[in-house]
Design a protein around this ligand. Structure first.
Ligand code: PLP
Length: 383
């Protein structure tokens, strides 16, 4: 098994930031339960509250709006399954490109689910959303609109301003899956129209196992896990002060490490070289605004399974589609919703950069991809 030298799969999970590692290790040294009133408990409680401050700051949220969870998947289930129950909602509206966590939670909520189509560039049809809202108004029903800020497979950004303008002034609720946007795009949760937002620690260099649901006052009764009064009764289960401290440390350190402009520059360099190497390349979501750290592309005839195996042997870790759906047979539901043919979708490779990515990583990927592409071209010639 070769040592994997180059990691270009940050959308699946980002490496631990040094600041998060230190905070995690320091937190693990502490003893006790953060709910205990003695000194040991208070020290853990303080760590959690400092973590809350840092996460709130990066999200543009007020500290009391942050509810820590074990993952974004859990936060999404709280928002959707718990939201339908607590707010007595009549339906959930999702887009066809949502993460499986959102699609599954909508299904589990028991409420009728409406799916909005994507256009060829991966943007959610806001026209279809308007129609849904208008139809709900005629029947007096209340909906939860659950849309992602940035797609994990393609990096396509949804128009949150237009979405907010549509849903904000109505009685319907807006939930944003902000997992792939957090730290990369401004969030301003406190002042935007979203009622709830889900974020995840491990996409910004915190350890896996911690996320948060940002909640505004009208959603304060939205619950999933119930038991003790943790997180002001909004998420029961003893908090991991070490994980939350590491999440806070990552939130404080991420913007400087990530340097959005540097990522954009690296990605632009990567895409320009790919175009030169394979003029028939298709970049998915090219017609839309994209977040700037991920490219999902296909070279017709070069199957992703073959390309990934070749790249892996060269020590290059990338992904085909999303990490959550790889391992599963069949093309990506996101690309399918964008009207990509199954044959082309089978060739889709996702390269995602992050805080640790360098120009050397990009050059190494391009050289490895050149090898894989050359092999494929020789095979085609010989056939
Ligand atoms: N939503 C999106 C858009 C994601 O990319 C992911 C993870 O890949 C999730 C939700 C789930 O996050 P977590 O791994 O914290 O459960």
């Amino acid at each position: 098994m070769p040592h994997t030298a180059i990691y270009l799969d940050h959308n699946a999970s980002s490496p631990l930031l040094p600041e998060a590692r230190s905070a995690l290790l320091a937190g693990l040294e502490l003893v006790g339960n953060p709910s205990s009133v003695h000194g040991h408990g208070r020290a853990l409680h303080e760590l959690i509250e400092r973590g809350r401050d840092a996460v709130a700051q990066l999200a543009g949220a007020e500290r009391q709006q942050v509810v820590f969870t074990g993952s974004a998947t859990e936060a999404i289930h709280q928002a959707i399954v718990g939201g339908v129950r607590a707010l007595r909602l009549d339906g959930v509206v999702v887009s066809a490109g949502e993460h499986p966590a959102v699609l599954k939670a909508a299904e589990l909520s028991g409420a009728p689910v409406t799916t909005l189509p994507l256009d060829a560039a991966g943007r959610v049809s806001l026209g279809a959303l308007s129609e849904q809202l208008a139809a709900a108004d005629t029947t007096g029903t209340t909906l939860l609109v659950a849309i992602q800020a940035v797609n994990n497979e393609t990096g396509v950004c949804q128009d949150l301003v237009a979405l907010a303008a549509l849903v904000g002034p109505t009685r319907h609720y807006l939930f944003i899956d902000a997992v792939q946007a957090f730290g990369k795009l401004p969030m301003e949760f406190a002042s935007n129209a979203a009622d709830m937002m889900a974020i995840s620690g491990h996409k910004i260099g915190a350890p896996v196992g911690v996320g948060a649901l940002l909640m505004k006052a009208p959603c304060d009764e939205v619950r999933l896990l119930q038991g003790g009064g943790h997180e002001q009764g909004r998420r029961a289960g003893t908090q991991s002060a070490a994980l939350i401290a590491a999440f806070g440390a990552a939130a404080a350190a991420f913007p400087a490490h990530y340097a959005a402009e540097r990522q954009r520059g690296l990605l632009a360099q990567l895409e320009a070289s790919l175009h030169e190497m394979a003029p028939d390349i298709v970049i998915f979501g090219a017609g839309a605004t994209r977040v700037g750290n991920v490219v999902n592309f296909a070279v017709p005839g070069l199957r992703a399974s073959v390309a990934m195996m070749g790249l892996d042997l060269l020590g290059l870790s990338v992904s085909s589609g999303s990490a959550c759906s790889s391992g599963k047979v069949g093309p990506s539901h996101v690309l399918e919703a964008m009207g990509v043919s199954p044959e082309l979708a089978e060739c889709a490779l996702r390269v995602s950069l992050g805080w640790s990515s360098t120009g050397t990583d990009v050059t190494a990927f391009l050289s490895g991809f050149g090898v894989v592409l050359g092999r494929r071209r020789r095979q085609v010639k010989a056939a």
